[in-house]
Each structure stands twice: as structure tokens, then as C-alpha cells.
Design a protein. Sequence first.
Lengths: 555, 91
Amino acid sequence: MYRYDAHDQQLVNERVAQFRDQVRRRLSGEISENEFKPLRLQNGLYMQLHAYMLRVAIPYGLLSTAQLRALALIARRYDRGYAHWSTRQNVQYNWPKLEDVPDILAELAAVEMHAIQTSGNCIRNTTADHLAGVARDELEDPRPYCEIIRQWSTFHPEFAFLPRKFKIAVTGSSSDRAAVRVHDIGLRIVEDPDGPGARGFEILVGGGLGRTPRIARRVRDFLPRRHLLSYLEAILRVYNQYGRRDNKYKARIKILVDALGVDEFRRQVEEEWEHIRDSALELTDEELARVSGFFASPAYEALESSDAMIQGWALGSDRAFGRWVAANTRLHKQPGYSVVMISCKARGKAPGDITADQMDGVAEIADAHGFGQVVVTHEQNLVLPDIKSSELHAVWRKLEALELAEPNVGRATDIIACPGLDYCNLANARSIPVAQEISESIDDYDYLHDLGELTLNISGCINACGHHHVGNIGILGIDKQGEEFYQLMLGGDAGEDAALGKIVGPAFQRDAIAGAVRTVLDLYLARRESADERFVDYYRRVGAKPFKELLYARS
Amino acid sequence: MTQQMVTGAATADGRPIYMKRDHTWTDRLADGHVTLDQDELARMLQSARGDEFVVCDPYVIEVLVDRARPQPASLREKIRASGGPTIAIAS
Ligand code: SF4
């Protein structure tokens, strides 16, 4: 993984010292909250319902075990013993005291981490496929490009005050696990159609969720990779100049692309790009090779393929282990190895929360059975990317002891949920208790596994941090005269066939939403053509009508 | 007319605090000063805004008073006043 050089370390250390002084001045009354707010936000420090919240950046979700242990230590020493994985592969602490935050940032700096640009109208953490570097369907590892984008965008003086926040995602695989079509910019690594062997990017712009959800539009079929930064800079320049600043609800780039039309937007970007395409921003082969060197494959042993063995376990007589193998492991590019998905969605628990002890436990497993790396997913789970398949049983046992072996990754109870009204200042309704109620209502693992691949996403307000628009089943909390109600959406998809879910009918009361979800699931199970027809495929075939008829039959 | 109170987040740790009659602050909503008087409320808010050393972003909330015990009117404020999320935290 990428290691800081002396410049990176100095930059981060200086930022800690600067913020320490700002906090001192705030606590001594020298500066007001109005003066302090933009400073704290630039360091990822929000004010939530009960306390401050510190959001720490995890570049493209990748953590060393030393970093994971530092996150555990911070949770234990400065917070309430737990942390929360966000839907941007970051981590959040819900209870830091203001006076402790400089010390927390110093702990982070000591393991090459920070909270810079995790808030504010700037370029945020660039996210990536969580199976980057190990996926079988990967054309090229996206992480070197993410790191190059991170270095380019960190403290980029021109883009520190954009019209609104800006999110970039990169994937190098045919399956889109990074949701690139719902980002401000989505990058897909592709082969040059005219020159086999050469690589570059398909450029998608103007995707996003929130108040005005949009699937990104294709701005370029192919951009040679050496032009990556100059093209990004051209897009950001057009946005920075023409994106609306008069209305924060219309300030994201998707609205600019809507307003100009994709052809005119593309024309403006290309025009800008002509001025800078051959500038110092060119990504040379040497620089790409240098950064890629940080992401070289670890020293895998030469092993036989384990695919048949894994298949056998998944269907074998040890049902508890078999279920876990079927749901929580993925085939690895390297024969004899597997990818382990760690579910942070145990039944009845808050989705994406993890205790300090669990973090330490995962770090121990990654050191003992892997190569000391862990990945955070945007679905709020963890990945152990390099586990010898022959050690899967031992890893499963250890995860069970940590209560991290819920066999549900990619299934209906692997719910993405934002913090909602339990923590968030902007919320209309709670998300976590709804997720808990749904996951508790699906108490039969055979039923869960029968349902197969299914995404269920919940947001506590229209800002859509829980990605409800792109859940196969999406739930949005709304406030109706002081009461929590929940809109139900069906048919969303964050993957390569990205689609926005459609509201199925009138919103449900708090005590009816989990039952409504169960009705939807039961109907799908009863009427699908076969177990191969996924929920989203069934919905695409039949539409909302049968669901509507059943859900609103009595009203 | 609903009764009202001034609240905000404590500068030190962000916890919800409520203004008392003497314009000092308390962690307990039940000890906060309830008023119907809009002039008094404006004075309280002005005083709170000048007290940034202690409190961030003060604002007015509606409260319902039942047997001399004020309760927040909105779910949001009920959750704030309860001191934490409505779900068990990870342990
Ligand atoms: S979706 Fe709304 S409620 Fe949920 S975390 Fe985002 S802003 Fe808060």
C-alpha cells in the first residue's frame, strides 16, 4: 500500500499542529463558533445531535493492520469504544471531545492517516472497488490511480471552495462494485478500442444521489491514461466556474450537466482540456510505475486452485460454515486464495458499527492469515483480501468468536443504513432501528439465502447517505407533521446496470415499514421464475404492479 | 401557544445543553427555562449567542409542559434530550 514520504508526513503533521492551535483558541474563547466552524469542517469535525463527530479519511478504503489498531485505540481512548464505517469507505467517531481532537489527529498522523477533506465543498475521499487488486474480473488495479488522484486533489488550491462537495470513484473491473455511475465523476479502466493493450478510462460525469438523483452520463468513451489528471482538472474547472453557488440544492455537477446538456458540457470540458492536456499534469509511465509499485501483489504461495473445495464447503453438511462460505467469501485471482468479506451487519446491531475489540481482532486475523491489510467497503463491511483457502475454516472460527461472522454479505440483511435521527443533525427519521427491525424479522438463514443477492438501503433524509435510491429495495425516512414515515422504493441498482428505484406508493408508518419489506420479499420468493432470477431481475420483468397490489391491498 | 426554551450544543463536547432562567446552562432539559414570552425568548437567544465560549449554534425549541415537567415537542429534541441514540451502542 502507499506509504507517506517526508513531504506527506510533514504536511499532515503541520496540519495537526495548526488545528491544535485553532482548538486552543476556540476553547479559550479567542475565536467564535462561526470562525471556528469552517476550520473544524476542514478537519472532518462535524457537530451532530449529541456530540461532535470526527470523520477520518481511509483512502480508497485500504487500511494496514497498524492503522486499524490505531483506529481501535482511538475508539477506546477517546471515544465510547466503537466506530462506524461510512458509505464512503471512511470511519466516523461519534463522541470525541473537542479538546481531544488534536490528540486524535496526532495518533492518526503517526500511522499516516488524517481527516483532511472529509467535509466541505472540496474533492472528497476517492473510492474504489473494494476487491481492487484481488478481483478475478479485474482488468487493472484502480488503486494507483486513486492514490494519484488523492495526491493531486489534496489541498489543490483551485478546488478548495467548489460550489459543492465532489466525489470520484474508480473501478478496474467489469462488475461495478464501486458504484461509479452515481458519483460526480466515475472512472472505468478500459482497453483502448483502437490500440489493443493500451489502457485508459471511460469517463462518466454527473451521477449522484441526494435530492436530485442522477445516473452519470458518459462524457468520454476512452481517455488515454496519461491524460487522467489534466482531464479531471478540465472537468473540475468547468464545474468550478459554472456550477451554481446561489442554491446549495442545485450546486452539484449533475445539475450543471443537466442544465448544459451532456454534449455542451463535454464541449466545454474538451475546450478547457485543449489548453492543459500537454501540461505538467501529464501522468508519465515512470510516475504510474512508481505509484503502482506500492500496490504490487504480495508474495503469494504457488497453490492449486481451491474453487472446487470452496464449492464443496458452500454446499457441504456443515451448514453454518457452508452458509458463511457461500455468502462471505469471493473467488480470488490467485489460485488457492480467497477473499473474505466480514459482515458488520450482525442481526439486531447498528449497520457498520464496530467495536475496538473487534477491530483489534480483525487486525490479528489479517496479520496471522493474510498480508496485514484490510479494506473498508462502501457497503459498511470489511474485506480480508488475501486469505489462503485452506485457512478459511480457522478464519471463520475467529470471526465467529468476534461476532463478525454473520453470513449475509450481499443478502437482504446486509443493510446499508446511514446514522439517521439517532445521530445526525439533518435527519428526518431514524434509519438504524428500521434496519435492526428488518434484520431481526429475517431470522431464518434458509429464507435469507433463498432470497439470494439483494441490496436494501436506508437513508434518514433526502441527502441519501444510505444510498436508498440505488438499493434494490430502498427506504427513505421522511417527517410528516412530526411523525416518522418511510417511503419504499423498488428497482434501484448501484452496479453496471445502474438504476434509480421508484417509489412504490404512499409512505408507511414507522411500525409498518418492516412488515412492508417482508411483504415485498415474500412476494418475490413466491413468484420468481427460478432461484436464478434475482430480486432486481424479477422487478425489472414484472414492474411495481404486483408489489403495489399486495402492499396497498387493504387501503 | 406552545411554550419554548433555548438549547444548543456545548462547545466542549457537543452535548445538548439548555438555558436556565439566569441564562446559565444545564444538561437537563427539565431544568431549562420555559417561557411563552417572546420578548424574554429573544433576550435569552441574544444572551446565548453572546455565550459562544460555552454553547454553539443556540436555537429555540418547543416544549410541552406536563405537570410542571417540560418535554420536548419533536422527536428530534426528544432523542437529543435522552442523551444518546435510541438504539444500544456497539459493545
Ligand atoms: S442521509 Fe440524511 S439523515 Fe442520513 S446521515 Fe445523511 S444527512 Fe444524516
